[in-house]
Each structure stands twice: as C-alpha cells, then as structure tokens.
Design a protein around this ligand. Structure first.
Ligand code: HEM
Ligand code: HEM
Length: 205
C-alpha cells in the first residue's frame, strides 16, 4: 500500500497514463532496481553464458542466441539503473556516491564494451579466423570477470539495502526479511559458481 502511494506521488498527472507509470504501479522504482538487476541482468547473462553448453544447433545459431540474450541483459541493466536514478532524483538523494554504484556503473560499461567488441569480431563484420581464435580466451576471461563483478555488485547492493533498512529501524537484525535477503545473497553466489563451473568444464563431445 505504501509502495502504491509512493509510486502515485512519483508519477506526475501528465504521465499518469503512460507505460512508465503503469509498469511501476505495483512495484515502485525503488524495488524495480534490484528485481531488474538480478532477474533481468544477472539471470539473463547467466543463461547467455550457458548457451554454448546447453543449446542444440549450429555454431552460428548458438552465437545468435548468445549475443541476443547478452544484449537483452544489457538493456535490463540500463533500465534498472535508470529506475534507481529516477528514484534518487525524485527523493533528492545524491547519485553515484556509494561503492555499490561505482562498481555497478563500471560493470555495465565494461559489459557494453565487451558486447560491442565481440559483435564486431564474431558476428559483423567479423574478424579473420586467426584473430577470432587468439581473441577467444580473452573474450571468455573478460566475460567471466565482468560476470563476477556483476555478482559482487549485487551482493553490495543487497548489503546496502539491508543496512539502510536496519539503520532506519524498518526491519530487525534477525527479522524474516533480513534472513530472506541474506539467503538470496548466499544463493546468488552458489548460482554464479555453478554457472562459472559449467562454462569452464570441458565441453561434452
Ligand atoms: C549487477 C547488479 C547491480 C548493478 C549493476 C547496480 C547498479 C547500481 C547503480 C549504478 C546505482 C546508482 C544509482 C544512483 O546513484 O542514482 C545503484 C543504486 C542502488 N542499488 Fe544497485 N545495482 C545492482 C544490484 C542491486 C541489488 C541486488 C540491490 C539490492 C537491493 C541494489 C540496491 C541499490 C540501492 C539501495 C541503491 C541506492 C543507493 C546507492 O546509490 O548506492 N542494487 N545500483
Ligand atoms: C558482454 C557480452 C558478452 C559476455 C559477458 C560474453 C561471455 C562469454 C563467455 C563467458 C563465454 C564462454 C562460454 C563457454 O565456453 O561456455 C563466451 C563464449 C563466446 N562468445 Fe561471448 N559474451 C558476450 C558477448 C558476445 C557477443 C556479442 C558475441 C558475438 C557473436 C559473442 C561470441 C562468443 C563466441 C563465438 C564464444 C565461443 C563459444 C565456443 O566456445 O564455441 N559473445 N562468451
């Protein structure tokens, strides 16, 4: 109920009918950020990494699925950061002051750069065979580093959010909400470790 009231306040009458207000009417900009970053960005990019291990089809088909899902993940991240910025601006809170926000923006910028370079080398216009082969270990290495940075950013985001809520006495240290968020943090690490394991084990022949 409180979220609904806050969202109504954030949406000016001019925008009352717009998609933006409709989409956030039930969730709110503050809550949209973690959901878009974890379910949109991290889960989508995890699935994209696993494409070469789990999807059947030609190499070209797998590449097309890989690059499309990575691209979708990128736009989810941009949308998620926009939601956080929008919430901050509406509340008059400073932007980009925390380690979480610095890590987050660096991660998403590197991710965008990696996507553009990989697109040019492996898709269009495409580099010579020798260059593709020699760049691939760097593509995989950088891809996994950026993935770990995304996991680290999400962990600091969860910690920051919990700390705000505890400091403002919204939730208790051992409340159900705190235990739930801590569990999400642990599960995210286990999930990330399994994705990295799957992408580094030798491919099934
Ligand atoms: C890969 C995942 C994530 C990325 C890349 C990311 C990125 C960012 C960025 C760039 C900001 C700064 C916005 C601004 O200054 O206006 C921000 C803010 C914020 N994020 Fe995240 N975020 C991620 C996940 C999460 C998660 C899972 C939570 C958990 C609740 C969270 C909580 C917050 C909070 C509370 C803020 C506002 C305070 C601050 O600026 O540090 N984030 N995030
Ligand atoms: C930021 C976006 C991207 C990230 C984080 C990323 C990450 C990765 C990772 C971790 C792998 C290793 C997967 C495995 O061996 O199971 C991989 C493989 C690969 N990626 Fe990407 N990637 C991105 C974008 C792209 C794009 C746009 C293309 C263009 C087609 C591309 C082409 C490839 C190719 C050809 C492979 C090698 C597959 C194989 O081993 O046969 N990637 N990528």
């Amino acid at each position: 109920m409180a979220t609904m009231k806050r969202t109504k306040a954030l949406c000016s009458p001019r925008h009352a009918q717009s998609f933006r207000c409709f989409a956030f009417a039930w969730i709110g900009f503050e809550q949209a950020h973690p959901v878009l970053m974890v379910v949109g960005y991290i889960v989508l990019t995890s699935e994209a990494i696993l494409v070469f291990r789990g999807v059947h089809g030609t190499k070209s088909y797998k590449k097309a699925v890989h690059l499309t899902i990575q691209g979708l993940g990128f736009w989810m991240a941009v949308f998620g950061i926009w939601a956080a910025l929008r919430f901050h601006n509406a509340k008059g809170i400073d932007n980009f002051y925390s380690l979480h926000s610095w890590l987050g923006i660096t991660t998403v910028l590197l991710f965008g750069l990696q996507w553009i370079c990989a697109y040019a080398i492996y898709w269009y216009p495409g580099a010579a065979g020798k260059t593709r082969t020699s760049v691939l270990p760097w593509h995989v290495f950088m891809g996994l580093i950026i993935y770990c940075m995304a996991l680290g950013t999400a962990e600091t985001g969860l910690l920051e959010k919990l700390t705000f809520l505890m400091m403002n006495k919204v939730i208790g240290r051992f409340s159900l909400e705190a235990l739930f968020v801590n569990s999400i943090g642990l599960l995210l690490i286990v999930y990330g470790a399994l994705v990295i394991l799957a992408s580094t084990l030798p491919k099934a022949t």
